[in-house]
Design a protein around this ligand. Structure first.
Ligand SMILES: Cc1cc2nc3c(=O)[nH]c(=O)nc-3n(C[C@H](O)[C@H](O)[C@H](O)COP(=O)(O)OP(=O)(O)OC[C@H]3O[C@@H](n4cnc5c(N)ncnc54)[C@H](O)[C@@H]3O)c2cc1C
Length: 444
């Protein structure tokens, strides 16, 4: 019974939420058990907010450490979305802490004077400024034109700075942390955050270096896409659920932390040769076509919950892709063709032109092996085109998806705009929300 519960995904997911809430409020529970005396309610409240905010910030490291067990319950994009939103809540708590104090104890405003303030107040001010900088550069990264890699490095540094200064502030104030075991609790939280950082930056890359891959082939596909085929060297590679993705480090050491996420585009059951199909869009992706066979690569994965394998009992699938969003879908179709799956598959696939349709021939071949209906939707169709054109909207979907909509699982991967439109259209067509699954290719 216990083991059944531990394997139930809903129970496991709820367990993680419970653990998150417990750790967040733990400092408060301790305050309740051993309340400091002689302070008025608003002061206590403001300190409580500061503690909760700090605990939430420390937990941010756990959310971004790509811990497989947590990730497998929700999927990376949900976790990162939570990471983003909860950071604003933590920030609000942290900011309210001094603001309330400034109102109820006006003399504390003097602590803002950096010259005369004690070090613990200076730590708080610098920590808060680091936090503000972190949030501004994240929310407006694209508007500020900060490239991804420098942003990611500075994000880590600012986060460590904000947490350590916050903790130093707490320890310096001492009023709440002077009891031995309260200090132990906070040191444990800080050390856990530090361990997660070491795990991500050193331990994980070290394990990755022990399992290298070699580039076996770089193949051009339609639509300015290049398929990178990797073969594991000296190990068995990994099995993945079709639709999942991995972080690739190509031609450099994994310690340099310059990896990029890509969905596998080959069959999940073929561990000997793992393929990724990459659209040439930016600095890294435009260089794929020049990668030499024999180049070393490292993979961190598989990740993601965007997979047909989670729905063994469903009657069939509707896959809706736009452009490079076809990669997880082709992996699903190849895997299920190999497994001789007899369930019906519908693929609605938006591309720019007929010549741009990535995997056009492969999809045609797959129709011979699977019960697969493919509907191409073209933005700029040729003159003699009699198929679908324009946007994938409610009317178009209504023409192709089955009448008994709740009997299928729907997978969407496309540009953010198309995904939003398709999701809204599916809702209008009364597809149950729980049957709609989406993969976003832009995490930040
Ligand atoms: C789950 C997932 C699966 C993906 N699968 C595919 C796929 O199968 N095929 C494909 O062509 N693309 C895929 N992508 C998108 C791919 O990761 C980005 O296009 C690529 O990382 C861009 O790198 P660049 O340096 O060429 O582009 P840039 O022009 O430098 O970056 C463009 C944007 O891509 C994002 N990005 C850049 N570098 C990184 C990075 N290291 N990590 C995360 N995001 C980054 C940023 O939002 C950036 O603004 C996937 C993305 C995700 C999140």
């Amino acid at each position: 019974m216990k083991s059944l519960l531990m394997h139930n995904p809903v129970v496991v997911a709820a367990g993680w939420i419970g653990a998150y809430i417990f750790i967040t409020v733990l400092p408060l529970l301790i305050l309740l058990i051993y309340p400091p005396t002689g302070r008025e309610l608003w002061t206590e409240f403001s300190v409580a907010l500061g503690f909760i905010g700090l605990a939430m910030m420390a937990l941010q490291f756990a959310l971004t450490a790509r811990i497989n067990r947590i990730e497998a319950s929700y999927g990376v994009d949900i976790i990162l979305q939570f990471h983003r939103y909860i950071s604003l809540v933590a920030f609000a708590f942290i900011l309210l802490h001094p603001l309330i104090l400034f109102v109820v104890q006006p003399e504390t405003r003097g602590l803002l004077n950096f010259v005369t303030a004690p070090w613990r107040a200076r730590a708080a001010v610098v920590g808060t400024l680091a936090l503000i900088l972190l949030i501004v550069t994240t929310i407006w990264r694209q508007q500020l034109k900060i490239p991804y890699e420098p942003w990611r490095t500075s994000h880590g540094i600012l986060a460590v700075l904000a947490i350590s200064l916050g903790l130093a502030h707490g320890l310096g104030v001492g009023y709440y942390l002077n009891l031995f075991w309260k200090a132990v609790l906070w040191t444990a939280i800080a050390l856990t955050a530090l361990w997660l950082l070491i795990y991500v930056r050193l331990v994980k890359p070290m394990f990755m270096t022990k399992k290298p891959y070699l580039v076996e082939e770089v193949r051009q596909e339609r639509g300015d896409v290049w398929t990178l085929a990797l073969r594991p060297r000296g190990h068995e590679g990994f099995r993945f659920e079709p639709g999942q993705f991995a972080w690739i480090t190509l031609g450099i050491s994994p310690f340099r932390m310059r990896e990029h996420p890509f969905s596998m585009s080959s069959s999940g059951d073929n561990t000997e040769r793992i393929e990724f199909s990459i659209k040439a869009l930016g600095d890294f992706t435009k260089r794929i076509k020049d990668v030499e066979p024999g180049t070393k690569a490292f993979l961190d994965g598989p990740y993601g919950v965007f997979t047909t394998d989670r729905y063994e009992d469903t009657a069939g699938f509707v896959l809706i892709a736009g452009g490079i969003g076809i990669t997880p879908m082709i992996s699903m179709l190849l895997t299920h063709a190999e497994r001789q799956d007899e369930r019906p598959y519908i693929l609605i696939y938006a591309s720019k032109t007929w010549d741009d349709i990535t995997f056009r021939e492969e999809l045609h071949e797959l129709q011979q092996k699977l019960d697969l209906s493919v509907f191409h939707v073209l933005k700029d169709p040729p003159e003699d085109w009699s198929g679908e054109t324009g946007y994938v909207d409610k009317e178009l979907l209504e023409r192709h998806i089955p009448k008994r909509r709740g009997t299928r699982q729907y997978f969407i991967c496309a540009s953010p705009k198309m995904m939003d439109q398709v999701e809204a259209a599916l809702h209008q067509l009364e597809v149950p929300t729980t049957n709609i699954h989406m993969e976003h290719f832009n995490l930040v």
